[in-house]
Design a protein around this ligand. Sequence first.
Ligand code: FAD
Length: 312
Amino acid sequence: MSLARRLLLRASRSPWLARTLRHRAFFGRAVRRFLPGEDLAAALDAAAALAQAGLGTVLTQLGEQVTSRDEAAAVRDHYLRVLDEIRRRELPAEISVKLTHLGLELNPRACLQHLLALAGRAAEARSFLWIDMEESRYVDATLELYRAVRAAHPAAGVCLQAYLRRTPADLEALAPLAPAIRLVKGAYNESPTAAFPKKRDVDAAYGVLGGRLLELAARGGARAVFGTHDLDLIARLSDRALALGLTGGDVAGGYGVHMLYGIRTAAQRTLTQEGVPVRVLVSYGAHWFPWYMRRLAERPANVWFVVRHLFG
Ligand SMILES: Cc1cc2nc3c(=O)[nH]c(=O)nc-3n(C[C@H](O)[C@H](O)[C@H](O)COP(=O)(O)OP(=O)(O)OC[C@H]3O[C@@H](n4cnc5c(N)ncnc54)[C@H](O)[C@@H]3O)c2cc1C
């Protein structure tokens, strides 16, 4: 892992930097590239605009590691409201949540109850509940809660990270559930014992896992989603999907691509026109600092984008 990436990921965990930089105007201007706004209304408007271009969305409120049960309950209530808005505005939008934002560390049982409430409301809204994957220390608990939610509701999926050495085994263990899986490369600072340190190994692992996920979609009714901006990987996996006779779509046995708002925007539209269903993950909220640092770490050249806004 490059020094720049390591430093940015370390910065993402500094509450002092978050407090200091959040209110700097140049930082706010730079972050707008990846964030349509801090409030839900801005995210819903972005979802409506993307829908007009044929793109679905996944909405996520930024935040992680809440420190009280009341905060976790407020996050659940917020997402219930989001699902009601999705239904009211008839938006082709899904939601994605972080379990530490819903109080996983404080009370896993209450966290599961929040998830069940969200999955139930998502089904009523004809939407879908995604569960993000955070640092490797949360993987066991995240998969356990996903299993419980999936047993009660089909409209629920979980993210798996290709950089983790354990992920092939996790994918096989989930297979009998006909799971919905969003496969990503992985965004956190992990030890070499937990994750592949070299990007080329992560990319290779992604290709193999992606192929296997498509087989599970073709045979067992999994929903395969590729959460990546890596166009070579997407092209290879789309060819494989075609060869397996899979159709694009948000259904069991379907596949699609999810990308982040503001990244590879032209490719999002081209893929859609080519018949690969694309959803754009739209983040919003005031707690954007750690998340934004992870975006910079993915492409340290983005730091120049911030520097340019110092003078913009
Ligand atoms: C929908 C979605 C959901 C995600 N959910 C999670 C999650 O739950 N847990 C988790 O650990 N990670 C998550 N991630 C992040 C993911 O792990 C990667 O860190 C991120 O997607 C960058 O890797 P990449 O697959 O795009 O490939 P890369 O090889 O890093 O990038 C491929 C190309 O995409 C472009 N690109 C990539 N990132 C950026 C950027 N930040 N700015 C500008 N250009 C860029 C560049 O042109 C780059 O060459 C998610 C990503 C997506 C798209």
